[in-house]
Design a protein around this ligand. Structure first.
Ligand SMILES: *[C@@H]1O[C@H](CO)[C@@H](O)[C@H](O)[C@H]1NC(C)=O
Ligand SMILES: *[C@@H]1O[C@H](CO)[C@@H](O)[C@H](O)[C@H]1NC(C)=O
Length: 226
C-alpha cells in the first residue's frame, strides 16, 4: 500500500505513538552556551558601570557648571542730574552728573574690565561721551561705584537740544539714556575667559528740577554682550 505524504499518520489504537527522542547535543555545545551567557552578562555589567560613571560625571559637570557659571555684571543707575535744566540758557555751561554701580555677584569669579566708556543719548543722538575708567579688576561679591559728569568737551549739547529739553521739561520730564561699554573677561583662579564685549543701557528720566525721577532711581540697567 502506498502512503500518502499529505495524510497524518494514523496509528493503530493499541499501539501508542513513539515518544519524541530527546535532543542530544555534544558537550561542546553546552560549554559554548554557558560561555555565551557569561559573555552577555559581563558585557551588561560593563555597560551599566559605564553608564553609571557617565551619569555621575554628567551630574558633577552640571553642578560645577551651576556653581561656576559666570553671572554678567549687575549694573544699577542711582543718580543722574542735569543741574542747569531750569535755566533758559543752561546749555552754555551744561553738565550731566551720574552715579552708577557695577556689581560682581559671582561667588568665585573675578571680572576684568578693559577701559569703560560712557555715553549719554537724547532721543538716540549722542550728546556726550567720555572714558569712565581704565583697566580694572573686580573681585567676587564686590560693588564698584562709577560716578562722574559730562561737561565741557565731553558734552555736546546744542541750543537746539536745550530747547527740546525745555519743551520736554514743561511736559514733566526729560528722558535720556546712559550707555556703558567695556570689554570684560571672567577669571576663575588661573583660568581667564575670552573677551566679551559688554554693553549696558540705562534709560533715565529727570524731573523739572533736573534731578532723577523716583521711577528711574536705583533701576537695573539691561546688560548685553555683543
Ligand atoms: C553713588 O551711589 C551709591 C549707591 O546709592 C552711594 O553709596 C554712593 O555714595 C554714591 N556716590 C556718589 C559719589 O554720589
Ligand atoms: C526735584 O523734584 C522732585 C519731585 O519732582 C523732588 O522729589 C526732589 O526732591 C527734587 N530735587 C531737588 C534737588 O530739589
Amino acid at each position: 500500500m502506498m502512503s500518502d505524504p499529505n495524510r497524518l499518520p494514523i496509528y493503530p489504537a493499541n499501539q501508542p505513538p513513539e515518544p519524541l527522542k530527546p535532543h542530544h547535543h555534544p558537550p561542546q555545545y553546552y560549554v559554548r552556551r554557558v560561555k555565551e551567557g557569561l559573555a552577555t552578562r559581563v558585557s551588561k555589567i560593563v555597560c551599566s558601570i559605564f553608564l553609571s560613571l557617565l551619569l555621575i560625571f554628567g551630574i558633577i559637570t552640571f553642578i560645577m557648571w551651576l556653581s561656576l557659571r559666570p553671572h554678567r555684571p549687575r549694573i544699577f543707575i542711582h543718580d543722574f542730574s542735569v543741574p542747569g535744566l531750569s535755566q533758559e540758557n543752561g546749555f552754555e555751561n551744561a553738565e550731566i552728573a551720574f552715579n552708577v554701580t557695577l556689581r560682581n555677584s559671582n561667588q568665585h569669579i573675578g571680572i576684568f574690565y578693559d577701559a569703560m566708556d560712557g555715553s549719554v543719548f537724547y532721543k538716540d543722538q549722542k550728546i556726550g561721551s567720555r572714558s569712565l575708567f581704565s583697566e580694572t579688576h573686580q573681585d567676587p561679591k564686590t560693588t564698584t561705584i562709577v560716578s562722574g559728569a559730562f561737561s565741557g568737551a565731553t558734552l555736546t549739547v546744542t541750543s537746539q537740544h536745550w530747547m527740546e529739553f525745555l519743551a520736554d521739561r514743561a511736559a514733566g520730564s526729560v528722558t535720556f539714556r546712559l550707555d556703558l561699554a567695556s570689554a570684560i573677561r571672567f577669571k576663575v583662579s588661573t583660568w581667564t575667559s575670552r573677551t566679551h564685549r559688554m554693553h549696558a543701557s540705562c534709560p533715565v528720566a529727570v524731573g523739572a528740577n533736573g534731578s532723577i525721577l523716583p521711577s528711574s532711581k536705583d533701576k537695573r540697567c539691561p546688560v548685553y554682550f555683543t
